[in-house]
Design a protein around this ligand. Sequence first.
Ligand code: UD1
Ligand code: CA
Length: 449
Amino acid sequence: MATALIILAAGQGTRMNSDLPKVLHKVAGAPLLVHAMIAGASVAPERTIVVTGHGADAVAETARAQDPSVEIAHQGEQRGTGHAVAQALPLLDGFQGRVVVLFGDTPFIRPETLQSMLAAPSDVVVLGFEAADPNRYGRLIVHGGHLYGIVEWKDATEDQRIIRLCNSGVIAADAALLRRLVEGLDDRNASGEFYLTDIVAAARAEGLAAEVVTCPEAETLGVNTRADLAAAERAFQAAMRAEMMADGVTLVAPETVFFAHDTVVGRETVIGPNVVFGPGVTVESGAEILPFCHLEGCHISQGARVGPFARLRPGTELGGDVHVGNFVEIKNAILDEGVKVGHLSYLGDAHVGEHANIGAGTVTCNYDGVMKHRTEIGERAFIGSDTMLIAPVKVGARALTGSGSVITEDVPDDAVAIGRARQVVRPGLSAKLFEKFKATKAKRQKETE
Ligand code: UD1
Ligand code: CA
């Protein structure tokens, strides 16, 4: 059966105390909304609608960047979750199948959980969980395996507040039914809002079936405050570290390694303490990431060794057995197999041929203040320490640059290029110079007395 997804993301998130819409705050390098979209995408929906409100343009832009086929419904005034769904439903006119409603601020729902909701036979299916601290969650009223209704905390009696089975917010129902039930909602409740949750009691009143599918509380973790955001990050990282280790990756000090939502690491790779992964990193098997590295948008091939204290920025591709050492920054550069860049260097907008050696302190001067330019370094070239490569520039295969050179012109294959002032030696001059310096110092002291 076809599935459509409605993701609610209109709320301001007042308690975040932020200018950024809540759903754009990030966990593991991706906005909460993107996590929700990834979770939703696992059921292969035919249609995905994101309901925007606060910060609508930015939220829509993020949604479209993640999935260009996403549709946007706008909720001008936040009058409740039921009202939000009502704004999306016109886009689903004529759609036949199941609709799953997700919240943009609930990032960790697992694909299996959504699958079991879709497999459940009832007309309305609600995802619930046993809350350690039920706090202000909506309470699920269940008797004999049937769900009778959802009572919001504000509207609940003392007896109902004792219930620990809570509403996650995820609800699935047939599209036509959902349309009818949402049309019938009213705002006569403690919040004066149109509650989506009221569709359960309405369905029951029609003699339809409603049921709860449950999942661990960790999955339904919603973000309302910055403390929640930090807790979500903690939970994500703990799960990701465990998964990495189970997949054969060594983490020397797991609690100090931070992954992005999309980090991929191959078996037998060893990751030292205090390594941070930004989005878009893939590491092949058998690589070694030494302590204190920051990696983002890069690919690291088999057997490569990176760090300690290396920074790989987007567009970096390291070939097999490449060695990148301490205090090296690389951006938008391809380093072919066996390249060594051991210390204190910057390579940006560059291609380095295989087995080239980049001496300490080498800098590709890629930016002229207006434009970026490329540097090409041929295979087995030897770049002397402290070489400044003024891009655009090419150094040929097996060529050598003298230490301290400023290379402004292309260097042919097999050539040596030296671009620095010639050294001058003046025997015996140092003693005279020091006498002169002492005299100057004495004179200054006298003047200040
Ligand atoms: C909601 C549920 C509650 C559940 C809890 C789980 C309702 C009435 N209550 O309460 O039963 O236990 O989530 O976290 O559904 N939103 C809009 N437009 C609106 C209002 C909300 O898009 O007009 C979006 C928010 O951006 C958010 C989501 O819907 O992503 C949930 O809204 P929120 O106000 O946080 O609902 P809760 O009061 O937490
Ligand atoms: Ca909430």
